[in-house]
Design a protein around this ligand. Sequence first.
Ligand code: AMP
Ligand code: MG
Length: 324
Amino acid sequence: MICIGIESTAHTFGVGIVDNSGKILANEKSVFTTENAGIHPRKAAEHHKLIYDKIIEKAMKSAKIEFKDIDLVAFSQGPGLGACLRIGANAARSLSIFLKKPLIGVNHCIAHIEIGKLYSGFKDPITLYVSGANTQILALASGKYRVFGETLDIGVGNFLDSFGRTLGIGFPAGPEIEKLAKKGKNYIKLPYTIKGMDFAFSGLQTKLNNISKKHSKQNLCYSAQETAFSELVEATERAISHIGKKEVLLTGGVAANSRLKEMMEIMCRKRNIKFSAVPPSLAGDNGTMIAWQGILEHKAGKKTRLIKSGIKQHWRIDEVNVVW
Ligand code: AMP
Ligand code: MG
């Protein structure tokens, strides 16, 4: 069985093709970027509208398959930006009708976890999910992915991107901040906000804005990363001692950051816990994770009727019954 997966929750239009054994046949994407601003939802949607057919074609070519070989069409049904989600949903509906193949709308956040499980071979991890809009500590309990800790304000990726704007870096800023941080030497003391299992980044963001002219970009980026990532590692460590699982998975766009991976690795090693981070190609939003999620849910007998395929902008992860 071959599934094509379409991702369009925010900045990325992605198309992945996966078979039922988990073999990745294609993982193509185009990311909306800016020189010195953030994501404008309508402009990102315009970007998706201009390139969606080309990315689908590109994925078909890399997978070396024809449309008749596709058995299932999966798409990111939510959560995300309405204007962007609609482009992917429309493309998926059209493909499903044209190919006369079942349609399956999946939860984007769950797909980030399941692709990490496929990659790592982990069965029941605690997941630190770090992306632009979302930052959560998740684990499966009584049939649902439950939120054990999360950001009280903005996602860590959004924090990095908006701090990047202060520094005059375009979107996405995470990779450039990582490069600058590697050259930083002096830690600048910054607000560290952690409340039980939850954490917050807006105080940190305000402080960085206020002092941005007083220090080098390198030291600012270094201190921003050390502070924000320490919050994430501390909360995950607490989750391990509360929940008692033996595996920790790092997933989402910020999981591409080598310093965050290193800090998580050190913490897990000390606690004798297995650790894995998704590779950069599967860290940021991608269609491959959507295709794989489609396969998992299809195997469990799920499908999405056309009339039920409307987008769900605010679809929380803990609303989904994990039946696969
Ligand atoms: P996602 O929404 O899962 O695609 O994640 C996108 C977010 O990941 C954006 O906020 C990026 O700035 C961030 N990001 C991407 N690469 C890196 C990196 N190497 N270090 C830190 N953040 C990153
Ligand atoms: Mg994402």
